[in-house]
Write a protein that binds this ligand. Structure first.
Ligand SMILES: Cc1ncc(COP(=O)(O)O)c(C=O)c1O
Length: 388
């Protein structure tokens, strides 16, 4: 009964779906696991070598809470390509993974009762985190046909309690890449209603078919009201290293630093050195990974669309497919349950990402082509056997 020591809001919360799924998977054999967004590529060797060299060279101590200056400078240099001028001393906090950057941001800005606008569907961590912080998550639905923004819908959800808006472009799970025009529309609303924007940009290196990433922070007037969240996890295949960062106005960074040291003290020293190596290059290994994701995307979109009843749009960015399975099942949870039990393929139900994700499933392209091909075969066999 020791759970009684935990605060009420935690006892009311369900463990995350991904955690529950991972626990269930441990009991099954020969499963093709396409659940999490963990790249199957090794971290590029020059990054690993930089970390090893740092460890051998004695980088085994605390660093400044904000992160080592060399890494903050490398981050500022990198973000220039998105049109942002970043002061590495005042406007960056390096964090153990972008998830912690997200938590830090929300913990430092959400007051009890504050309404936080969150796209539906989107990454499943935003809602429980806001709830945990006693804020009120308010979902705004993305357009059903392409999961782009519906500005009228967004506007209708703004009240005098709305404090902020979370954006994720490219979006996990839909792959939607917001256009500059859409972002300008959001920026106008943010200025009109004095909103803070939390812009999760962790998939910005994976954008397809000639599109480009626009950071909302680069639009006129938006710098002061935007916190940009970025990660090394996906871009450099570094999920297990735990390295991310946020870029925000210096005034807000000062406030966040009052508590960040109490939470994490600092990210691991050698991991930060690895981050410098990652950002300063060479970038060829990342280009190769992007090419491979693109190849997998082309193949799998075509292959899934050959399956009767499935409609798989081409994602504009990130490395997830979000096919529509509503013609073959009226519950994405049931579809995924049947698929894992019957054919040993684990994918995530779209409803995990919000009500508007229902009718879809998420398939990450983080396994070699032959494994993805086998997963598609099994999905096809499953649908045929269900009599869809
Ligand atoms: C949209 C989005 N934001 C943040 C994260 C957290 O990434 P990390 O903490 O590894 O940087 C993820 C991980 O899947 C994600 O998909």
């Amino acid at each position: 009964m020791s759970e009684r020591w935990a605060i009420g809001i935690l006892r009311e919360m369900e463990p995350s779906l991904i955690r529950r799924l991972a626990a269930a998977l441990l009991t099954l054999k020969d499963v093709i696991v396409l659940a999490g967004g963990d790249p199957d590529f090794p971290t590029p060797s020059h990054i690993v070598e930089a970390a090893v060299k740092a460890l051998k060279g004695g980088m085994t101590h605390y660093t400044p809470t904000q992160g080592i200056p060399q890494l903050r400078e490398a981050i500022a240099g990198y973000y220039e390509k998105f049109g942002l001028e970043v002061d590495p001393d005042r406007e960056v906090i390096v964090t153990p993974g972008s998830q912690q950057a997200l938590y830090l941001t929300l913990a430092c800005t959400v007051e009890p009762g504050d309404e936080v606008l969150i796209p539906d569907p989107s990454y499943l961590v935003y809602v429980p985190t806001v709830r945990f912080l006693r804020g009120k998550p308010v979902r705004f639905s993305l357009k059903a046909e392409d999961f782009h923004l519906d500005l009228e819908e967004l506007k209708a959800k703004i009240t005098d309690r709305t404090k902020m808006l979370v954006l994720c472009s490219p979006n996990n799970p839909t792959g939607t890449v917001l256009t500059e025009e859409e972002l300008r529309g959001v920026a106008e609303l943010a200025e009109e209603h004095d909103l803070l924007i939390v812009s999760d940009e962790i998939y910005s290196e994976f954008i397809w078919d000639g599109r480009r990433h626009v950071s909302i922070a680069s639009l006129p007037g938006m710098r002061e009201r935007t916190v940009v969240i970025v990660s090394f996890s996906k871009t450099f295949a570094m999920t297990g290293w735990r390295l991310g960062y946020l870029i925000a106005d210096g005034g807000l960074v000062d406030q966040m630093l009052k508590i960040q040291g109490n939470m994490v003290l600092c990210p691991a020293a050698h991991v930060q050195v690895a981050g410098v190596a990652a950002l300063t290059g060479p970038w060829e290994p990342i280009e190769k990974m992007a090419e491979e994701y693109d190849r997998r995307r082309e193949f799998m979109v075509k292959r899934l669309n050959e399956i009767e009843g499935i409609n798989c749009p081409k994602p504009e960015g990130a490395f997830y497919l979000f096919p529509d399975i509503s013609k073959v099942s009226n519950s994405s949870v049931e579809f995924c349950r049947g698929l894992i039990e019957g054919k040993r393929v684990a994918i995530v139900p779209g409803s995990a990402f919000g009500l508007h994700g229902e009718g879809h499933v998420r398939i990450p392209l983080v396994k070699p082509m032959e494994v993805l091909e086998e997963a598609a075969e099994r999905i096809e066999a499953y649908i045929k056997e269900c009599g869809a």
